[in-house]
Ligand binder design. Structure first.
Ligand SMILES: CCCCCCCCCC(=O)SCCNC(=O)CCNC(=O)[C@H](O)C(C)(C)COP(=O)(O)OP(=O)(O)OC[C@H]1O[C@@H](n2cnc3c(N)ncnc32)[C@H](O)[C@@H]1OP(=O)(O)O
Length: 202
């Protein structure tokens, strides 16, 4: 992945700058091969789930190193201004793409901070081409960056983001999620396999 500095001369909030002793991210040996589709991690996820009629249905693919590419097409249900994507929806697409990176690290993590730059308006029916990569890891902190382009994978940048994800235990979801969904997810054999994969491959 070719990474231009997504922030330009300004690095954003200090919390998004890795400390001097941060480590380079290490791709997990069992990470999906470059080019492989990741598939949905949860059918009801707004970002990637198939059971959300107005969701993004974002499709993420493993890249080289600890990087991801993803696409999503802006639907009429995603409007803010007439005919234009809502900024929060674009940020959701960035969040989902950045969150998918953790699957390549085999680390369970949640978004702690996410800063978005909106560079160009994105009309309905536009396909957004997203690229994201982990830049550094420091303890539980995972630093990552993403851009979203329009007109093609090498087209002009429409949105960009820097993020800090924080590693959590699976208990984060079990303790905080609404019980009806937690119990349904735990009863799903595929979900249990996914959770176990996270647990045994920290
Ligand atoms: C294949 C899977 C694909 C999945 C894709 C999903 C994509 C979508 C991802 C999401 O949107 S996740 C949902 C949105 N995020 C959340 O709901 C997280 C809500 N926040 C929390 O639960 C807690 O605040 C959090 C777990 C993030 C941190 O609480 P902890 O008690 O575990 O940690 P703590 O507060 O001790 O912080 C640990 C370190 O992180 C730092 N930190 C925590 N939150 C921060 C923050 N917001 N900004 C900057 N730094 C932060 C904190 O300063 C500290 O740094 P030091 O170790 O240096 O002292």
């Amino acid at each position: 992945m070719s990474t231009e500095n997504p922030r330009g001369p300004s690095p954003g909030h200090p919390a998004l700058i890795p400390p001097a002793d941060a480590l380079r991210p290490v791709r997990h040996p069992d990470a999906p091969a470059p080019g492989e589709l990741l598939g949905t991690h949860y059918d009801h996820c707004f970002g990637c789930g198939g059971a959300q009629p107005h969701g993004l249905h974002l499709q993420a693919r493993a890249g080289d190193g600890v990087s991801i590419t993803a696409e999503f097409t802006v639907q009429a249900a995603h409007q803010g201004a007439p005919g234009l994507a809502h900024g929060g929806v674009l940020t959701s697409a960035l969040d989902e793409t950045l969150g998918s990176l953790n699957w390549l690290l085999r680390t369970i993590a949640v978004t702690g901070r996410l800063e978005t730059d909106f560079v160009r308006p994105v009309p309905v029916d536009t396909q957004l081409f997203l690229q994201a990569e982990v830049t550094a890891v420091a303890g539980r902190k995972i630093y990552s960056t993403a851009v979203g382009r329009i007109g093609g994978p090498a087209g002009p940048v429409a949105v960009r983001a820097n993020a800090l994800f924080i590693e959590v235990k699976v208990d984060h979801f079990i303790d905080n999620g609404r019980q009806v969904e937690i119990q349904a997810a735990m009863a799903d054999p595929d979900q249990i396999r996914r959770v176990r994969a996270f647990e045994v491959n920290p």
